[in-house]
Design a protein around this ligand. Structure first.
Ligand code: NAD
Length: 335
């Protein structure tokens, strides 16, 4: 049994991790300011009740404010920190708010790392940070001929977006923190994660946005941003949770490793699969006036396989079906 703090624990990845770790008998604390996460994401699907005591184990704290979290991290309530909180959103939000997003993520990350440094290794036995494939150089992601990204291709750095840069700054800082304090650290660099519960509104990422459009069609047009040729290495949230649980067990002291499949799937394939799942006769419109971000990428996950024994397992179409059904039930409940 471990006592673990999960920042961003009311978000998409965080809430799934909280549930898994509680189920496995761990004592879990959550920090989230509910910028994007929701308390109801922490509810057990069967009982409808939160899986942690929200009065004693949930903290609504804004991590971008210096000093807000120092006392809690030094309290001795938990020995491990999984730091997931950050501003993460769809391409529209990311490119429309680059300056603010860069600042917010740097503040959130440095405040958590500083609080962990102050607590010291007598109190904190391990810290996990999550990076992103968006931090890899844009020059390795600008071709449709995809060669899986290698972990050591991260530098020299040239991410495309402020989001990628901000997450990379966190990755650098956790490396320095580990050297300075001796607190065991681990960084998992996720590729594009999908699954439920998730945001499917204006700030949502591509998959939930396309699912929403298919469900609402024809009231909402099924517009795909960009040519549809652009591709990503999509990874289901259950696979990501497996990686985080394995990292808590044996990921310490190995630097960073990618978590994602070696297969790149085009947005066109995603759009067509979502249309197929919907069972509707939908006209797909590719809006080439909209940005599409990096061209294509996939992961060489051999380091994660070697160190964690991790491999992706969830079939993409099955994962999409389950996310489709979750978003559909949410939209029906809203009516
Ligand atoms: N979803 C992906 O495709 C993906 C890919 C690579 C990396 N990641 C990383 O995984 C982590 C979790 O992402 P997610 O997909 O679950 O996103 P999410 O938005 O669902 O979760 C992030 C959580 O952080 C919280 N948060 C934001 N600002 C905060 C603040 N100032 N103080 C406290 N809490 C705050 C949000 O409310 C949210 O619940 C992030 O660090 C993200 O960068 C995600």
């Amino acid at each position: 049994m471990k006592k673990i703090l999960i920042t961003g624990g009311a978000g998409m990845i965080g809430s799934n991790l909280v549930k898994r770790l509680v189920e496995e008998g761990n004592e879990i604390y959550v920090i989230d300011n509910l910028w994007r996460g929701k308390l109801e994401y922490l509810n057990d699907e069967v009982t409808g009740h939160a899986v942690i005591d929200l009065n004693t184990h949930f903290f609504n704290i804004d991590l971008s404010v210096q000093g807000n979290v120092d006392e809690l991290i030094s309290s001795g309530k938990f020995e491990y920190v999984v730091h997931l909180a950050d501003i993460v959103a769809g391409i529209d939000y990311v490119f429309g708010n680059q300056g603010d997003l860069f600042r917010q993520n740097n503040l959130i990350n440095t405040n958590i790392f500083n609080a962990v440094r102050k607590a010291g290794k007598d109190k904190i036995k391990g810290l996990i940070y999550v990076g992103t494939a968006c931090s890899f150089p844009l020059t390795r992601q600008n071709s449709l001929d995809v060669i899986p990204l290698q972990d050591d291709e991260l530098f020299p750095a040239l991410p495309e977006s402020a989001y990628g840069w901000s997450k990379l700054m966190g990755q650098l800082e956790i490396g320095f923190l580990e050297q300075e304090t001796g607190i065991p650290c681990c960084t998992l660099m996720f590729h594009n994660v999908y699954g439920s519960p998730c945001d499917y509104g204006a700030r949502s990422q591509v998959i939930p946005a396309l699912i929403r459009k298919a469900i609402n069609y024809p009231d909402e047009p099924f517009n795909v941003w960009g040519s549809g040729e652009q591709g990503r290495a999509f990874i289901h949230v259950d696979d990501v949770i497996n990686a985080l649980c394995l990292a808590l067990d044996r990921g310490w002291g190995h630097g960073w490793m990618q978590i994602g499949p070696s297969v790149c799937t085009s947005i066109r394939e995603i759009a067509e699969t979502v249309v197929k799942i919907s069972g509707k006769d939908i006209d797909i419109f590719y809006d080439t006036t909209k940005p599409e971000g990096d061209k294509a990428r996939s992961a060489d996950y051999s380091k994660a396989k070697e160190i964690l024994g991790w491999e992706p397992k969830v079939n993409l179409e099955e994962g999409l079906k389950s996310q489709y059904n979750w978003i559909k039930s949410q939209i029906e409940n809203e009516k």
